[in-house]
Design a protein around this ligand. Structure first.
Ligand code: CA
Length: 254
């Protein structure tokens, strides 16, 4: 793989070039606003959700780099949101910092068992929260780069997000960084249609200023190349006319 491309690709994953996104789930508006303010000031892109349902919808639209999750929410509780995130292969890797008003040791243990990465008891200082968020993300990144990190699977495809290696039935594939990110975006949101713009944002880090015609052409061209490199699995990338693409994994292929 081209060294320059590889380097910029890793920087993007490491957050040096790309902005890291944090979803803050908290029904108390003042607290949510305070957290959002502090994180934004530290350079994070922050989205807030006031209920568990909103949180799950937000994650469904766009997978964040980290979730700050209050346990006490109206309706779907924070614990339930955490459970749902950890049960779903596409979201199980997202690190979660849990906020709680309770001090009981038991709750703490339960949270960790359910997969929370860290825990903060209210009231907390916003500065402390920022430090914890940064520490978790650093840990995740280090793990990702040294130990190979997160593995995504789709049938015979194996995608190592940490080392950027993709293999098909054990045979390593040579993808460009853009093709890699495109594939990652399709696998992470398997079964769901993504517009060309969404794919463009994921794989190219482009947000605005690109005309629709160029977007369409760029994405279509890369999807075409990716399909041909993936062989039979390439057929799983479906074109949704007038909208975008979707990775549809056939029944029984996992
Ligand atoms: Ca709350």
């Amino acid at each position: 793989m081209n060294q320059t491309l590889m380097k910029s690709d890793m920087e993007k994953s490491a957050g040096a070039a790309g902005v890291q996104r944090v979803l803050v789930v908290e029904d108390e508006r003042d607290i949510a606003a305070l957290i959002a303010y502090q994180l934004t000031r530290e350079g994070f892109r922050v989205e807030t959700a006031g209920t568990g349902t909103e949180a799950l919808q937000a994650v469904g639209r766009d997978i964040p780099d980290l979730v700050v999750l209050d346990r006490m929410l109206p309706g779907v509780s924070g614990d339930e949101v955490l459970q749902r995130l950890k049960d779903e292969p596409a979201t199980a890797h997202i690190p979660v910092l849990v906020l709680t008003a309770k001090r009981e040791q038991e709750d703490r243990i339960k949270g960790f068992e359910m997969g929370a990465d860290d825990y903060l008891t209210k009231p907390f200082s916003p500065r402390e929260l920022v430090l914890r968020v940064q520490a978790i993300l650093r840990r995740v990144q280090e793990a990702g780069f040294t130990a190979g990190g997160r593995i995504l699977r789709a049938g015979p495809l194996r995608v190592d997000v940490g080392s950027h290696q993709v293999s098909l039935e054990g045979e390593e594939l040579n993808l460009t960084p853009t093709e890699f990110r495109l594939l990652q975006a399709l696998i992470e949101r398997r079964g769901r249609t993504q517009s060309r713009r969404q794919l463009l944002e994921k794989a190219w880090d482009v947000e605005a200023g690109v005309s629709d015609r160029i977007q369409t052409r760029t994405v279509d061209m890369h999807v075409r190349r990716l399909r041909s490199k993936l062989g039979p699995v390439g057929d799983w990338i479906e074109t949704i006319r007038g909208f975008g693409y979707r990775l549809k994994i056939p029944e029984g292929q996992g």
